[in-house]
Write a protein that binds this ligand. Sequence first.
Ligand code: FES
Length: 97
Amino acid sequence: MPMITLSPSGKTWEAPVGATLLAALADAGDPIGGKCEGNGKCGACHVFILEGRKGISKTTRQENETLDALVGVSSKSRLACQVTLGEEPITIEIPQL
Ligand code: FES
């Protein structure tokens, strides 16, 4: 199971391979609100993947379109509902609004 680290708090937890990052955050008690039921359209689950980007699912066209409409995105931006976890550990940061 991949280890997830939340920056800057340093909180870590494990989540099942194949789970979405959105579900993993909710399971860890750090849910982030989504308004599109995990369909990659609202952008409310924007996170930065600081480490481990190669081990997660690739960005889809729909996700890219939603990210393009958000403010404050970077090359590390992903939508947590569209990230499927692999075997590799990842470090993430939730942007402050
Ligand atoms: S929950 Fe809406 S984009 Fe992720």
